[in-house]
Design a protein around this ligand. Structure first.
Ligand code: ADP
Ligand code: MG
Ligand code: MG
Length: 883
């Protein structure tokens, strides 16, 4: 017999480290057996046997059944009982057990081996006829459902009589089984076993299991093991029972045994929820010795596995039996406290503690949570774009959202989609819902950037701006109605659903200190205003990696000044308009430098095409129509004059809008191209930056300005902009009599820039990869339009995922690597960063960590995720290099 044909192994003989062969449950049972814990004996049929079963076309491969029979004989010898025998019979459970636990997804049959004679034998041996027939009834129910495939509800209908007369219940259920499936539970125990094992193999390819695996990303070809184990009975009276315990509280992480116990019951009774179990502390009252032993054994398990365990046990007439142990699933809060305390106890080291908390779990901790109750009504579901929860009044326009907020209300902005024009409304709103769009749509990206809850792409929802309402298949919601949004699950609820603010406690701070001690990459934040900068700082950002100055121009009166600047007919007029903007910028930068005192603040010069600051063509056209109407309705000469003047103004705006309109603005007149054509814009921004730095220096605040030139394609563009910035700095410092150290650098967001980074970065002091635009330009893919067809690309298997979420390593990643290598080849001291959404994405961070990059920069609320992911990347890198 070759190694690969060794399909069956006793718990006592198995090597518990072979998890992929034994499955999680089998490995746990083997481990507990080896450690001398009281585990009912049994054996594992390996995942390889399951694979062979499928290879053979869903039949037992040659030799498997013989091995199972031999194992049963060994089990009989070990227990001194006969499988299905007529005196004190050996009964077994048949339990599924995949490598990754799939709770509730696969099947288990208990009490195998019962038939009328062995039931009589069990009754005699236990002196409890009711118990024996009840066990047989349970077998018929489970076998009927799992092996014969009968709809469970047909077999589980409550029947008062069943408890009293178990024998009649078995007869009744056997009849139902025959009527429903054409066969009954066979009397031959070996037939029962053979079919039950096959049924557990089959359940690997059941709908439920397949769906669960696709959701959790578990591959189909891992297969399941099957565990056959001697039964123990928790349902033999008040001295018996069954329970589930955790070695710590999985919701809070608090140390100490936590769980439930159900007296006089078999394991599946706890799951079925027919009776409410009691807290595990009650066991200390009922059976102090059993409780003490349980504490002792579970402690031992935690010490052995060095992690929080989830344990199933049964008490049979005062004797404790251990039936399962596995690493416990836990909440974010639970994960952190447990990791910190285990490290403090010396059970694991700090690196391991850091590795135990996943970015997903941490993220859960950072957002307020919606807690729906029984009265909660779901309006519609969409894509969970940005986690968290919020309630508020529905507003359909950004202005309305601002007005309602200013009046002291919480507001939810609801739109078909959002555009940069809605930004102020998004700032004001507590959450954003759009009927269209994907998870990289404007609404989604901006909301995530603000750490604001957002649901997009709500199927079946229509927004009617005219009527000021939205419809879902079941409801109509009008402006001002209150709704609640859960961005974690992607659900919109009617009315006010309670939410809870997350609290970042001491354990969190401790863990994050350890995280910072592990990681190699620095983490900065993308922040455009003092509030974001403060949030980022609080969450551990070491500076600002990207401040998008244009966001400052959208606020309040500034947009008017900006428009005047854009409308300026000549350089002089433009200089005047810029002069009005400058003090605002200076004040903004001063606030940012103050918040980030001692840390770098990277300010990107104006980037978007100018038309984005003007009203849309249709808006102006509408204003013009209104004005003309007013003109025809008045006879007042003064008013006519006034209206004519306004018409003139609007006409000029319309002309300018038309002049600036581009057929492909993303690739048009933007980035440093604006600065090249309008050097006075670059000069104004540079003056604001250095004046702010001087003001800080005068107040003793340590400002570290870094001026970043966007969308550079040619080295000469960068040099030209750099010269303007340098000259301006010299001027400002000269006037003030104060000098502040600063850096000038560029952003690489065009393939040409990456490929010629050695030329472009020869004179730069830092460079930052703008991976959002680099993805757009490398793939020739517009982020705003791609949400319509990317999902079908993912479904068709053409790409793995959204390249705006996870960095496209082979393409965009290669450009980042080339750019890094080339720029460092001419400029070894260059600081290299990555800004863009990828800087907050764990998978992308893992890749970036492998390159010679110094820092990542992401939205403020992702800073802790980025820190943790950077630490994980370092740990994995170290593990790989020592392996
Ligand atoms: P799941 O993976 O769904 O928890 P299990 O295989 O662990 O399924 O079994 C279901 C229930 O039956 C559990 O409560 C378990 O403790 C109980 N059980 C399984 N095998 C035995 C056994 N040999 N004796 C007593 N109870 C058992
Ligand atoms: Mg199960
Ligand atoms: Mg279990």
């Amino acid at each position: 017999m070759t190694e690969s044909e060794n399909w069956v192994v006793a718990f006592a003989d198995a090597d518990e480290t072979q998890r992929s062969l034994l499955g999680g449950k089998g490995a746990g049972l083997a481990g507990m057996t080896k450690a001398g814990l009281p585990v009912p004996p049994g054996f594992t049929i390996t995942t390889e046997a399951c694979r062979a079963y499928y290879d053979a076309g869903r039949t037992m491969p040659d030799g498997l059944w013989e091995q199972i029979e031999a194992a049963i004989e060994a089990l009989e010898a070990a227990t001194g009982k006969v499988f299905g025998g007529d005196e004190d019979p050996l009964l077994v459970s048949v339990r599924s057990g995949a490598v990754f636990s799939m709770p509730g997804m696969m099947d288990t049959v208990l009490n195998l081996g019962l038939n009328p004679t062995s039931t009589a034998g069990l009754a005699a041996a236990t002196d409890d006829e009711a118990f024996a027939w009840d066990a047989y009834r349970r077998l018929v129910q489970m076998y009927g459902e799992i092996v014969l495939g009968i709809d469970g509800s047909r077999l589980h209908e409550p029947n008062e009589h069943d408890r009293v007369d178990g024998q009649a219940a078995v007869r009744r259920l056997q009849t139902i089984a025959r009527d429903q499936s054409g066969s009954r539970v066979p009397e031959d125990p070996r037939k029962q076993l053979r079919r039950a094992v096959a049924a557990v193999f089959d359940s690997w390819m059941g709908r439920r299991a397949i769906d669960y695996r696709s959701m959790e990303g578990i591959p189909d070809d891992l297969f399941t093991a099957v565990n056959v184990q001697a039964m123990v009975y928790g349902n033999t009276g008040p001295n018996s029972g069954t329970g589930v315990v955790f070695t710590r509280n999985p919701a809070t992480g608090e140390a100490g045994l936590w769980g439930e116990y159900l007296p006089d019951a078999q394991g599946e009774d706890v799951v079925a929820g027919l009776r409410t179990p009691e807290p595990i502390a009650e066991l200390a009252v009922r059976h102090p010795e059993v409780h003490e032993r349980l504490v002792e054994l579970t402690d031992q398990l935690e010490q052995t596995y060095r992690d929080m365990q989830d344990v199933e046990f049964t008490v049979e007439r005062g004797k404790l039996w251990m039936l399962q142990t596995r690493a416990a699933k836990r909440t974010g809060r639970g994960a952190i406290r447990c990791a910190v305390e285990m490290a403090n106890e010396g059970l694991i080291n700090r690196q391991e503690a850091v590795g135990r908390v996943t970015p997903d779990r941490l993220e859960e901790l950072l957002h307020p949570v919606v807690e729906p109750d029984d009265d909660t009504v779901t309006l519609v579901t969409g894509l969970a774009a940005s986690p968290g929860g919020a309630s508020g009044m529905v507003a359909f326009t950004a202005d309305e959202a601002v007005a309602l907020t200013e009046a002291g209300n919480d507001v939810i902005l609801v739109r078909t989609e959002t555009s940069p024009d809605d930004f102020h409304g998004m700032v004001a709103a507590q959450a954003v819902v759009t009927s269209r769009g994907g998870v990289t749509s404007h609404a989604a990206v901006v909301a995530r950037g603000m750490g604001k809850c957002c649901v997009v792409g709500c199927e079946g929802m229509t927004v009617d701006y005219g009527e000021q309402l939205f419809r879902t298949p079941t409801a109509v919601v009008t402006a001002g109605d209150v709704i609640t949004v859960d961005g974690t699950s992607g659900t919109v609820y009617a009315g006010l659903v309670p939410t809870a603010e997350p609290e970042l406690d001491e354990d969190y701070e401790t863990l994050m200190d350890w995280v910072d001690g592990v990681k190699r990459l620095d983490v900065r934040a993308n922040a455009d205003n003092p509030a974001d900068a403060a949030a980022a700082h609080r969450l551990g950002a070491r500076g600002i990696g990207l401040c998008r100055t244009e966001h400052m121009f959208f606020e309040g009166e500034r947009i008017e000044e900006m428009r005047r600047m854009i409308m300026a007919p000549n350089t002089v007029a433009r200089a005047e308009a810029l002069a009005e903007l400058e003090p605002h910028q200076t004040a903004d930068f001063e606030a940012l430098f103050t918040e980030m005192a001692g840390l770098p603040v990277t300010i990107r010069l104006l980037d978007p095409p100018l038309h984005e600051f003007l009203p849309s063509r249709s808006e102006v056209a509408e204003t013009l129509t209104d004005l003309k109407l007013r003109l025809s309705g008045t006879g007042n000469l003064a008013e006519i004059d006034h209206i004519l003047h306004e018409i003139n103004e609007q006409q000029e705006i319309l002309d300018q809008v038309e002049r600036l309109s581009e057929s492909n603005p993303m690739l048009g007149h933007r980035g440093c191209r604006l600065g090249v054509d309008y050097p006075e814009i670059t000069a104004m921004q540079a003056r604001a930056i250095f004046t702010a730095a001087v003001h800080c220096a005068e107040k003793g605040i340590d400002a570290h300005p870094e001026v970043m030139v966007p969308l550079v394609a040619f080295a000469a563009e960068f040099r030209q902009q750099r010269d303007i910035i340098r000259a301006t700095a010299a001027e400002v410092f000269d006037d003030a009599g104060v000098e502040v150290p600063y850096h000038i650098g560029t952003m690489i967001e065009l393939p040409r820039a990456a490929l010629t980074a050695d030329e472009i970065c020869a004179d730069a002091e830092f460079v930052s990869f703008g991976t959002n635009d680099l993805t757009q330009t490398a793939l020739g893919l517009s982020r705003d339009d791609s949400s319509r067809f990317l999902p079908s690309y993912v479904r068709a298997g053409i790409i793995d995922g959204d390249p705006f979420q996870h960095l496209d390593e082979a393409g965009v990643g290669a450009l980042v690597e080339i750019g890094t290598t080339k720029s460092r080849s001419v400029n070894p001291d260059l600081t290299v960063g990555v800004c863009g959404e990828h800087g907050g994405d764990p998978a992308s961070i893992q890749f970036i960590n492998g390159l010679a990059i110094d820092y990542i920069s992401c939205s403020p609320y992702r800073v802790p995720i980025a820190r943790l992911s950077a630490a994980h990347a370092t740990l994995e890198h170290e593990a790989a290099s020592t392996a």
